[in-house]
Design a protein around this ligand. Structure first.
Ligand SMILES: NC(=O)c1ccc[n+]([C@@H]2O[C@H](COP(=O)([O-])OP(=O)(O)OC[C@H]3O[C@@H](n4cnc5c(N)ncnc54)[C@H](O)[C@@H]3O)[C@@H](O)[C@H]2O)c1
Ligand SMILES: O=C(O)C[C@H](O)C(=O)O
Length: 308
């Protein structure tokens, strides 16, 4: 199993580390445009192999896509991250060109690859890859909801004063400060609805803290987060590589599902060896449907800025 990660920066390197530590891939190739950077990150990570007990071979390349040939899965994290006070949508001007070029280069050398798009604004970058590459629909997946759901569970565990492993929950909708839809109604602590323990006001606070999870970290760090993003992507890579048939909220191209068309937005999907194998349609309340519709309008507005 060969995995390529383009962008050896904060998220790309974190993803490579988690993929290696989980020890399911034979090879991880890191690619970056910055001279020597991917090679350096790969060597540093390889020197953790005996410490962390993995056999994955990690190599680096400065923009030489021949090294990525025949990748099964490729992750796109190349591009700029936001700074405090910015929205993800403001990154479109620079990141659209990078994502378009990188996805074309990847497919040239790996025509059967499954692409996982991470660069922001992620839903729009995923849509761009759909519109410009000609890859089948099941082979293009946007990562956002897995991260947002992890943050939702963290915030719920804080409110419940319980370990995060006690909590289950999911965030759907756009990966943006206003577009996320944390499904508080369906969140549980050991199968008991969280509403049994928390007031409506506290749950609303959890949802709002979840939605600005990325912005909160960007303010603290001066750039956007990488540990949870890297871990979230590695979970998607593993589900596909190991044909796990696991369910994650991912940005998927919708053709009528949830009443939406011609956009990529976060919905529950099944990931396995064929990539995005199924979109799962769950029953939503009218209020949840209204939130998804509003979120989709925001994503479509950003998509409108693309030259596709
Ligand atoms: N979808 C998500 O949930 C999520 C989570 C975190 C970050 N992000 C996004 O991921 C992207 C990367 O974030 P980061 O913190 O790793 O940034 P970073 O600056 O640390 O790393 C980005 C890397 O991309 C490289 N790069 C730029 N143009 C390139 C090109 N044409 N080809 C190859 N490499 C190129 C840069 O040299 C840099 O090393 C940002 O757009 C960020 O907003 C998304
Ligand atoms: O917040 C960001 O800009 C990066 C990423 O989308 C995140 O949610 O951490």
């Amino acid at each position: 199993m060969k995995v390529t990660i383009v962008g050896a920066g904060a998220v790309g390197a974190s993803c490579a580390e988690y993929v290696a530590i989980k020890n399911f891939a034979s090879e991880v190739v890191l690619v970056d445009i910055k001279e020597g950077f991917a090679e350096g990150k790969a060597m540093d990570l390889m020197q953790t192999a005996t410490l962390n007990g993995f056999d994955t071979k990690i190599t680096g390349s400065t923009n030489d896509y021949s090294k990525t040939a025949n990748s099964d899965i490729a992750v796109i994290t190349s591009g700029i991250p936001r700074k405090p006070g910015m929205t993800r949508e403001e990154l479109i001007g620079i990141n659209a060109g990078i994502v378009k070029e990188v996805s074309a280069n990847l497919i040239k050398h790996s025509p059967n690859v499954t692409l996982i798009v991470v660069s922001n604004p992620m839903d729009t970058m995923t849509y761009l890859v759909h519109k410009t590459t000609g890859l089948p629909k099941n082979k293009i997946i946007g990562m956002g909801g897995a991260l947002d759901s992890a943050r939702f569970k963290y915030r719920l565990s804080e409110a419940l004063e319980c370990p995060p492993s006690d909590v289950d929950g999911m965030v759907i909708g756009g990966h943006s400060d206003t577009g996320m839809v944390p499904l508080t109604r369906l969140a549980t602590r050991n199968s008991v609805p969280v509403a049994a323990f928390l007031s409506d006001e506290r749950l609303e606070q959890v949802a709002e803290d979840t939605k600005v999870g990325g912005a909160t970290l960007t303010k603290l760090l001066g750039t956007s987060a990488w540990y949870a993003p890297g871990a979230a992507v590695s979970g998607l890579v593993q589900a596909i590589a190991c044909d796990q048939k696991k369910m994650f909220p991912c940005s998927a191209m919708l053709e009528g599902e949830y009443g939406l068309n011609d956009l990529c937005i976060g919905v529950p999907v099944i990931l396995g060896k064929d990539g995005l194998e199924k979109i799962v349609e769950i029953e939503l309340t009218d209020a949840e449907k209204a939130k998804i519709k509003e979120s989709a309008e925001g994503v479509k507005k950003t998509n409108g800025l693309l030259d596709v």
